[in-house]
Design a protein. Structure first.
Lengths: 307, 330, 276
């Protein structure tokens, strides 16, 4: 074969190889593209599916519960089994009382513990407390319920709002602690220094200047914690226990909205089911309004905070 | 008027460094320090108290039955024989089922939100998904028992048993009343979805842009970029999020107790009712009559305490580890 | 330059109520400042006379801010920070064990680089903030507080602009106004010395000029020490200037001398711009 013929043959072979490669790459490329499009579409489907439960729940709550929401619901007490009408006035007030009791312990402990963690930062004890606070946060609320039962119900041989409030306080503490710590850390060091340079003592700086500056964010966190504990049932069923009559005493059993919903939902009476839906609508509405408002407040602050 | 006030301040004795002031200052600081430390120590004390109370109250049952308490299926309050195996089994099965359902959905949503969603749709969808975490457990339970369970009984169970002819398959046998392990798994999946999704979104956001750009520059399709370049980087964080979801599923009480049927049954079938450790306590504690019964329930609580602490610690360690690696920026 | 402080009781025939203040209101003697193990201020000694404006200049990282913060015991508020040596305020060492840092800071005020008005307080409350923590015997009454606030705001050249909105939130003011508010706040307690740590670094030229005019007007009432990275500013407003390099006080002289005929070649190199 002459050199020229050889070169032509090699060139043709290269062109053919190159074309084959391009073809197969195009095939696999279009297949890869297809796979990519399918997977991207499926993530979109996942997003749609994920949005579905909330929509369904809210829809059913509205559909089933809205009709039972009337003045009676908010003003009246539960009627005996079989009788229709009646409301959840005592349960709504009871939730308020329980939140109040929980806050008397949960707020001071949470805020001061948060101050401690923010100011001691990486001291060994602080790291330990921070870790244990997360552990406490992750405990199932039913465990907190039986704990409060063992400590505050069994020895006294009766249920009480106090016991329920303490179980809720145990839930509240890690939440408020974490928020407080975060908000205090956001206050710039320069603010602390400005106060110190004016002759403020350390404790005065922490309380009058730093805590005061961080207060709006802390209030937001407290509201979120309140929304959380207001919806809890498990810690209450063997501590506060529930009460079909009007009671606001800390030393007697007390009704609470989530508990009332639970008892009504698991009973065989349709009227009670309707009341449960209404109660759940009110509860969810309350919790969502607080959560959304709190989140909205922090978001707009974070936008302006800058510096 | 302003003149005669100022001189009073300015004429403070010089050197006007009043030693007496130290006492006041450091006293206040010391009280403050003790107060904050004291309040902070409430947290570990509370945790210890909870552990002590729960284990102490459960000890009689544990002593009577030994560790076999968690492997025996007998539950006979009348004769005083207790075994928590069905509850333990139910906790494991319902949680794993919830994870199987929730994880692909949650990771899918997170990928959609962090990689593909246009801005105008990202906020609303993220908001909706995150809001799932704010719904109280009893509301989930109410919806579960009055909507989901009837739906499962009327449509899903007949579909699987009759239309798909899987009625004899061990996972789907038995009379289908509605309240079931399957219902519990579904409800739990909805409840843990926002947690897995939130953690995954965080972790995906932490993946450096350079990883994505490098993959695209090499000719990867958008999905290949996610699968081959982004997800492996975020893997341990995502696993951490999944385990976090597991921790929550294990401890979830009200929603589960309202849809699972509350029967001491150790069945392979998902369509059968069952128990979880949390729902067992919730269901029987108020009516527990004798001390041994209460102690048995407390022992279950102690087990729950231990399991959730361990699972949450693992979850946090994994998420923390990803955050550190991400900052290091290999 | 040690000032005589104590008077032997036996040799006193008449007892003066107070010692006459020594001419040096602030005397620094062998000052070392540490962050942990790192020494950032080395063996600095100098003295500042009453009624003067002293500038401290030097390149970034030379320790001038740290030195300033040692003068009102702010350096020690940083964890791990330490001071050795003496700083004598009107003859008394402020680092003596018996002396309270709080007390020191009420007589030696400070204005920081970035304006830090307290964001939850009104303009009036910001200025009065330092008054709230004075010992009860010295704290002015509510009415007197208003008078003190007005005087401080006038001295800070801010009164005209805010007198009709004292109740407004302090963050509503512009950057330059906020910095003058911080000056007013520091002046409210009538300190003897005012320390300014690069007070115009984050301000626009007009606000800068305002602050510089302020410094000039205040010098008769308050001794001012100002740290600045802006040599021209030092040249404009100060009577004496100290040049620092790598923690050492290289030269301390009347301003015009330091800038025109510096003794140390390093000073010369710095002020002529050969390094910065």
């Amino acid at each position: 074969m002459t050199t020229q013929a050889f070169t032509t043959q090699r060139r043709a072979a290269w062109r053919s190889y190159r074309d084959q490669l391009a073809q197969s790459t195009a095939r696999t490329l279009s297949r890869r593209r297809l796979v990519s499009q399918i997977m991207i579409a499926s993530t979109f489907v996942a997003a749609l599916v994920a949005v579905l439960p909330l929509t369904l729940i809210v829809w059913h709550l509205l559909q089933q519960g809205a009709s039972s929401i009337n003045r009676n619901f908010f003003l009246h007490m539960p009627r005996p089994t079989g009788e229709t009408g009646g409301g959840m006035a005592n349960a709504i007030v009871g939730t308020g009382v329980l939140v109040l009791i929980a806050s008397t312990v949960g707020l001071p402990v949470g805020i001061f513990a948060g101050l401690y963690l923010a100011e001691q930062r990486s001291a060994r004890l602080a790291t330990g407390v921070r870790f244990l606070s997360d552990v406490l946060n992750g405990l199932p609320s039913i465990v907190l319920g039986i704990f409060a039962w063992g400590l505050l119900v069994r020895p006294f041989k009766h249920f009480s709002a106090l016991a329920g409030g303490m179980a809720l306080a145990a839930m509240m503490i890690p939440l408020v602690t974490r928020t407080t710590e975060e908000m205090i850390r956001l206050v710039p060091v320069s603010m602390r220094e400005a106060a110190l340079a004016l002759g403020y003592t350390k404790w005065r700086t922490s309380l009058s200047i730093v805590l005061r500056t961080a207060m709006p964010g802390i209030v937001t966190g407290v509201l979120l914690a309140v929304a959380r504990i207001a919806g809890e049932t498990a810690p209450l069923i063997f501590t506060a226990f529930g009460n079909n009559f009007w009671s606001v005493s800390p030393f007697k059993p007390i009704a609470a909205l989530p508990m009332q919903i639970y008892y009504y939902a698991t009973a065989p009476y349709d009227d009670w089911h309707a009341q449960a839906w209404a109660g759940a609508l009110v509860l969810l509405g309350l919790v969502l309004i607080i959560s959304v408002a709190a989140r909205f407040a922090t978001r707009s602050r974070a936008g302006l905070g800058g510096d | 008027m302003s003149e005669d006030v100022a001189p009073r301040i300015a004429s403070r004795p010089t050197p006007a460094l009043v030693p007496a002031e130290i006492e006041g200052a450091s006293y206040g600081d010391r009280v403050y320090r003790w107060a904050t430390t004291g309040f902070a120590l409430v947290i570990p004390s509370l945790l210890l108290l909870i552990a002590w109370e729960v284990f102490r109250a459960g000890w009689p049952a544990l002593k009577t039955f030994g560790l076999g308490f968690f492997t025996s299926s007998a539950w006979d309050p009348v004769n005083g024989n207790f075994g928590a195996a069905p509850a333990v089994f139910g906790t494991i099965v319902s949680s794993i089922l919830a994870l199987i359902i929730a994880t692909p959905l949650a990771v899918g949503v997170a990928i959609f939100l962090s990689e593909f969603a246009p801005n105008w749709i990202r906020q609303p969808i993220a908001f909706f998904v995150d809001l799932l975490a704010a719904i109280p457990s009893v509301v989930y339970g109410l919806w579960g028992v009055l909507v989901l369970v009837p739906f499962i009984r009327a449509h899903v169970m007949p579909f699987v048993k009759d239309t798909l002819h899987l009625g004899d398959f061990p996972l789907f046998t038995g009379a289908a009343y509605g309240p079931s392990m399957f219902a519990a798994g579904c409800i739990l999946a909805i409840m843990i979805l926002p947690y897995i999704s939130a953690v995954t979104r965080e972790v995906l956001r932490a993946v450096p842009r350079s990883q994505r750009e490098a993959a695209l520059a090499l000719g990867a399709t958008r999905w290949e970029m996610i699968w081959d370049a982004v997800l492996p980087y975020a893997r341990s964080g995502i696993v951490g999020g999944v385990i976090l979801g597991l921790g929550r599923a294990i401890g979830e009480t009200m929603a589960v107790t309202m849809v699972i049927g509350n029967r001491h049954e150790l069945s392979a079938s998902l369509f059968q009712p069952g128990y979880t450790m949390a729902s067992l306590i919730a269901n029987e504690f108020a009516e527990a009559t004798n001390d041994l019964h209460i102690s048995a329930l407390m022992a279950v609580g102690a087990g729950l305490f231990l399991v959730t602490v361990i699972v949450n610690a693992i979850a946090r360690w994994l998420v923390w580890r990803t955050a550190r690696v991400g900052d290091g920026g290999t | 330059m040690r000032a005589e402080t104590g008077v032997d009781a036996a040799s006193v025939t008449e007892a003066p109520a107070l010692d006459p203040p020594p001419p040096e209101v602030l005397a620094v003697d062998g000052l070392d400042a540490y962050f942990g193990a790192a020494r950032v201020v080395r063996e600095v000694s100098f003295a500042v006379k009453s009624g003067q404006v002293t500038a401290i200049i030097g390149p970034s990282g030379c320790g001038k801010s740290t030195l300033l913060r040692c003068l009102n015991r702010m350096h020690e508020t940083v964890p791990g920070a330490r001071v050795e040596g003496e700083v004598r305020f009107q003859g008394k060492d402020i680092y003596e064990a018996a002396v309270s840092a709080i007390g020191v800071r009420r007589h030696i005020g400070m204005v920081f680089q970035r304006p830090t008005p307290f964001p939850t307080m009104s303009i009036r409350d910001n200025v009065a903030a330092g008054l709230k923590v004075l010992p009860r015997s010295e704290r002015p009454s509510r009415r007197d507080t208003d008078a003190v606030v007005e005087r401080a705001l006038r001295r800070a050249a801010l009164w005209q602009e805010v007198h009709d909105r004292l109740g407004a939130n302090a963050t509503a003011l512009s950057g330059g106004q906020q910095q003058r508010l911080c000056v007013a706040r520091a002046l409210a307690t009538s300190p003897t010395v005012l320390l300014l740590d690069e007070p115009t670094a984050s301000l626009d030229p007009i606000s800068t000029q305002r602050i510089e005019e302020l410094v000039y007007e205040l010098r008769s009432e308050v001794t001012i020490i100002i740290v600045t990275h802006n040599m021209q500013q030092a040249a404009r407003i100060s009577d004496r200037t100290a040049f620092m390099l790598s923690g050492e006080l290289v030269e301390y002289a009347p301003t015009n001398v330091l800038f025109t005929t510096p003794r140390d070649p390093r000073t010369d190199a710095y002020v002529t711009g050969r390094f910065g």
